[in-house]
Design a protein around this ligand. Structure first.
Ligand SMILES: *Cc1c(COP(=O)(O)O)cnc(C)c1O
Length: 360
């Protein structure tokens, strides 16, 4: 935050070029790719849109998995560009299997891309990208596209090794800075598709960004302050070590899941993400009172449910700048709130479970 408050520098000044070169190198490590990671000035959805309008031609067919708000969004973007979207519907909280994707590919041999969500933030469910990508490539020539918006910097994701063709993320999730930047990487296969793409685009024409990044430059004025911020964030991640960052998220997620279990609360996702945990609000607890108490009395912000899950779940973030004590405070506040809402449980049992999980 302090870095971003410093006087602005010009984006064609050598000082910026030096900084942006470091950002680009660190982004390659974060995405685990030897290719370029493009920095776009937009929210994460802008990068999702950029993937669609750069990969496809008019009337292409693509498969997408709708297991929540963000998977659904892939479908909406495909539709907006006239790409025929074949939907795999997954119950919210469940994760798509490789078999389901392979079956959809067999039924739709014209599909040239599969759109997935690594960490479905609306349900807290994780997708096994490594296995699915392998099966997609074994059974087709389709590109594997991954919305990594709450996964990158939280969960193991190895773009090159797993042969993922497109990955996107946003600045306000695992990168820990305010919203406003999105990051996107394409594989060789994806760039070949981009060469042939006929869909309309201008600001998000990634060929322009790819050309500019060769000189560690951007085609348009970037959000310079945010790039300065992300430089600091990426250096923090580099200092901790990417694998340690993944492990920390795993540890924090495990502690929250253990605490929820000890408090007899149901976790929505069968295969949970390490970025967040979606927890069902017990039927004996008034959802409005719960949210109000947690926020106003104990100063903890959690997200509610989206769509049909509104009022039914709350989502605890353990994504980004968090450590063990943050989780302990979170669980303490959760227990006090549940107590205030008349929920019956043994006070301290959630905290005890969270603390025990740290040393597992
Ligand atoms: C936050 C989020 C998005 C949307 O990003 P915006 O920055 O709000 O456009 C998309 N997908 C996932 C999985 C997200 O968590």
């Amino acid at each position: 935050m302090l870095k971003m408050a410093e006087p602005i520098i010009h984006h064609r000044h050598p000082e910026f070029t030096e900084l942006f070169t470091r950002v680009n190198n660190n982004l390659r490590n974060l995405f685990q790719t030897s290719g370029d990671v493009l920095t776009l000035t937009s929210s994460g959805t802008g990068a999702m849109e950029a993937v669609v309008c750069n990969l496809h031609q008019r009337a292409d067919t693509a498969i997408f998995v709708n297991g929540g708000k963000f998977g659904e969004r892939w479908g909406e973007i495909l539709a907006a560009y006239g790409v025929h979207g074949v939907e795999i519907t997954v119950e919210w909280g469940s994760s798509v299997s490789a078999d389901m994707v392979v079956n959809a590919l067999k039924a739709n041999p014209a599909a040239d891309a599969v759109y997935l969500t690594h960490s479905e933030t609306s349900t807290g469910a994780a997708t096994d990208i490594e296995t699915i990508a392998k099966q997609v490539h074994k059974n087709s020539d389709a590109a594997v596209v991954v919305d990594g918006i709450t996964a990158v910097g939280a969960m193991e994701l190895r773009m090159d090794e797993w042969e993922v063709d497109a990955v996107v993320t946003g600045s306000q999730k695992g990168l820990m800075i305010p919203p406003g930047l999105a990051f996107l990487a394409f594989s060789e296969r994806a760039w070949k598709m981009a060469e042939k793409s006929t869909l309309p685009k201008y600001y998000f024409d990634l060929k322009k960004a790819k050309k500019a990044i060769k000189e560690n430059d951007t085609p348009w004025t970037p959000a310079v302050s945010l790039v300065i911020g992300v430089d600091t964030a990426l250096e923090m991640l580099r200092a901790e070590g990417l694998e340690n960052v993944w492990k920390r998220h795993e540890r924090l997620a495990r502690s929250i899941r253990s605490a929820a279990k000890a408090l007899d609360l149901r976790i929505l996702a069968q295969c949970p993400s390490n970025a967040l945990t979606a927890v069902t609000i017990p039927s004996s607890v008034d959802a409005k009172l719960f949210n109000k108490t947690l926020k106003n009395k104990y100063g903890i912000t959690v997200a509610g449910g989206q769509g049909h899950l509104k009022g039914k779940i709350f989502r605890i973030s353990h994504l980004g700048y968090y450590d063990e004590l943050d989780m302990t405070a979170m669980v303490s506040a959760l227990e006090l709130t549940l107590r205030d809402c008349g929920y019956k449980f043994e006070l301290g049992s959630g905290v005890e479970a969270a603390l025990s999980a740290f040393s597992e």
